[in-house]
Design a protein around this ligand. Structure first.
Ligand code: RFL
Ligand code: PHB
Length: 393
């Protein structure tokens, strides 16, 4: 089997890259370890930046999004029993879009299948080889295709944080920068009407909480919990009780309760591997970097990476120049480190740290008070939250 670009991973990064390349007349084959059903039902991100929506439009997969997604012009944060609104649109002229990651993935898979371009689900023993020479390949096996050697010009490592691509790069090539936070998020998806129009981030003595949504009948909520917390420590009544307590403010608002359809515990980590390239292997999305979800940046960064990569590959194939490929890592890392800082900062601002540090608590309070009272402070938050512009879009 032969192709121009072998894409490892059918998450948002790999699928979007495949669509963007298709639009430029570049062939690709996508190799995914899990089933289609699994990929389409993994409940994760929900906040899309303006630039991410523009990219989905560019890729021709935004029709359902425009019919079903919720556009939010601001969000709120709660501390000291008070609520403050960040007027994203008033401050930046931009909005955010609420549309589940699994819906983005469904739309991308449907477009891929409609195009007839190959995607191999449930691929086993995926290995990437030869990327430091001129003859890279991806080996894998599937029930239908048997043992496959896929020869290609380039490999896009879009296989997430636990994938094989980053680990296949020889020792000493990558520098790793990492922070692991002393807490996790317990997330639920509930069959309940979102009883407030915008997202609410809460800083509370008992820990962080977040009210979000997916549709007019689905609420998405998160609670800060200890790292490696067991889900069975959290029966429904305890989850709702804690959400009511942490999201409460003087206005008396409470989230509506409903059946819990999904629940999970997600660790919190910041991670960057650089450079995002080794020879003809290019890392994109969570394969190269992780942010804690507080800033809602992970999926958006993955989209930005593959936009840069698609342009660089287009220049290679159309004009025979590798300048954009050579600049790929540096171009992406500039945005990645901005988002790393923002996500670390939002996380530090809103969570309770277990060691009980009164100095840190006072700093959090001073910063929240500043955000609530200074347009300049709110603008820095808003500009980062809606997302910085993507060059060339
Ligand atoms: P993914 O989505 O992990 O996809 C990688 C794909 O690669 C496959 N794979 C392999 N395939 C072949 N061979 C192998 N050996 C393979 N190993 C793995 C996997 O099965 C998978 O299909 O990475 P990608 O595409 O880079 O996308 C990144 C995003 O998924 C991630 O950054 C976001 O979900 C992060 N995130 C959020 N991002 C936002 O922008 N806004 C948000 O509101 C937001 N909220 C969140 C989040 C992540 C969360 N969790 C669970 C960590 C909320 C949460 C709770
Ligand atoms: C979500 O809706 O899942 C969500 C929203 C905002 C975040 C993280 C997750 O910061």
């Amino acid at each position: 089997m032969k192709t121009q670009v072998a894409i490892v991973g059918a998450g948002p990064a790999g699928l979007l890259l495949g669509q963007l390349l298709l639009g430029r007349g570049i062939e690709s084959v996508i190799v995914e370890a899990r089933s289609r059903d699994y990929a389409e039902h993994r409940v994760r991100a929900g906040v899309l930046e303006h630039g991410t929506v523009a990219l989905l439009e560019e890729a021709g997969v935004a029709d359902r999004l425009h019919r079903e997604a919720l556009v939010h012009r601001g969000f709120e944060f709660t501390f000291d029993g008070r609520r403050h609104r960040i007027d994203l649109e008033g401050l930046t002229g931009r909005c955010i879009t609420i549309y589940g990651q699994q819906e983005v993935v469904k739309d991308l898979i449907a477009a891929r299948l409609a195009s007839g371009s190959p995607v191999h689900f449930e691929a086993r023993d995926v290995r990437v080889e030869g990327f430091q020479s001129g003859t890279p390949s991806v080996r894998f096996s599937t029930l239908d295709a048997g043992e496959v050697k896929l020869e290609c010009d380039f490999i896009a490592g879009c296989d997430g944080f636990h994938g094989v691509c980053r680990d296949s790069i020889p020792r000493g090539v990558l520098a790793i920068h990492e922070r692991v936070y002393p807490f996790a998020w317990l997330g639920i998806l509930a069959q309940a009407r979102p009883s407030r129009e915008e997202l609410v981030y809460a800083n509370h003595d008992e820990g962080f909480a977040l009210f979000s949504m997916r549709s007019p009948s689905l609420t998405r909520l998160y609670l800060q919990v200890p790292p490696d917390e067991r889900l069975d420590a959290w029966p429904d009544a305890r989850i709702w009780g804690e959400l009511h307590r942490r999201l409460a403010a003087s206005d008396g608002w409470q989230p509506e309760e409903g059946d819990i359809l999904e629940r999970m515990v997600a660790p919190m980590r910041s991670f960057v591997a650089e450079p995002m390239r080794c020879g003809r292997l290019f890392l994109a999305g969570d394969a190269a970097h992780i942010v804690p979800p507080t800033g809602a940046k992970g999926l958006n960064l993955a989209a930005a990476d593959v936009w840069v990569l698609s342009q660089a590959l287009a220049r290679h194939y159309a004009e025979g120049h590798d300048d954009l490929l050579d600049a790929y890592s540096q171009t992406c890392l500039r945005r990645v480190w901005r988002a790393e800082h923002f996500s670390w900062w939002m996380t530090s601002l809103l969570h309770r740290f277990p060691e009980g540090d009164s100095f840190r608590d006072r700093l959090q309070h001073a910063q929240l008070d500043y955000l609530a009272s200074s347009r300049a402070a709110a603008l820095v938050l808003a500009e980062n939250y809606v997302g910085l512009p993507l060059a060339g879009l």
